[in-house]
Design a protein around this ligand. Structure first.
Ligand code: DER
Length: 234
């Protein structure tokens, strides 16, 4: 199976196993989550699912859901979700995650923290022994004096030694999130030693809006591998 087949399988499976009629459902962002959104859309139009309302975690996901006629709502009117389904960039053994390489971390965290069950859908390549080394750990920052904020972040003891880079688009403009903020990507040579401490220090930094460490949030990870899909729990 190709990487894309695995993403489709695990995205579909999450909907089949965890989404029931009448639920409020959080829709994640990314190439894996897009398959879950597709499945919700198809099951609504076939009538297999009814009375679902969904909360998208990005403008991209909102547009996809709309194109599939998936009924949408927002946290302002629905603060409690039955389930949220999303991909991740890294998943460790305790089901702690790095997310946000797709840029949607703030809305993802706001929505997923409100879900009774948060289902993470990944292929095996996302499983890591420690967080922070397969790529960037993103931090969303407010645009005002972002270079100052970047230096404050890089100087935090819990992320000592990291390389901090502003995220840029292909034409080297600063990447702008759905919330009109910027992203500082942190790169590490070794796994983040204390992710809870890093999370606390980052959130205590004025100018930081949110970070990509999703700790103690996931209920279960559905993992797609060569031998099929399995559930990973703590
Ligand atoms: O959290 C994120 O931003 C990630 O991109 C996550 O959603 C994984 O995306 P992927 O399924 O396209 O790898």
């Amino acid at each position: 199976a190709s990487a894309d087949d695995l993403k489709r399988q695990v995205g579909y499976r999450a909907v089949d196993d965890y989404v029931r009629s009448g639920m409020v459902v959080g829709l994640g962002t990314g190439s894996t989550a897009a398959y879950a959104v597709e499945r919700v859309g198809h099951k609504l139009s076939s009538g297999e699912l009814k009375d679902i309302v969904c909360i998208p975690t990005s403008v991209r996901t909102e547009e996809q859901a709309r194109s599939l006629n998936v009924p949408l709502t927002i946290l302002d009117t629905h603060s409690k979700l039955d389930v949220a389904i999303d991909g991740a960039d890294e998943v460790d053994d305790a089901l702690n995650l790095v997310k946000g390489r797709g840029g949607a971390l703030l809305r993802e965290k706001m929505v997923e923290v409100c879900a009774k069950q948060f289902i993470v859908i990944v292929d095996e390549s996302k499983l890591v022994p420690g967080l922070g080394v397969s790529g960037a750990m993103p931090v969303e920052v407010t645009p005002f004096c972002w270079q100052h904020t970047l230096r404050q972040i890089a100087a935090l003891p819990s992320v000592a030694g990291c390389r901090a880079e502003p995220r840029r688009t292909g034409d080297s403009q600063l990447y702008v999130t759905d919330n009109q903020n910027y992203i500082v990507d942190l790169y590490f040579d070794r796994p983040i030693a204390d992710a809870h401490r890093a999370a606390a220090e980052l959130l205590n930094t004025v100018g930081v809006v949110e970070h990509g460490l999703f700790l103690d949030m996931a209920t279960v990870a559905l993992v797609a591998g060569k031998d099929g899909i399995y559930e990973k729990r703590k």
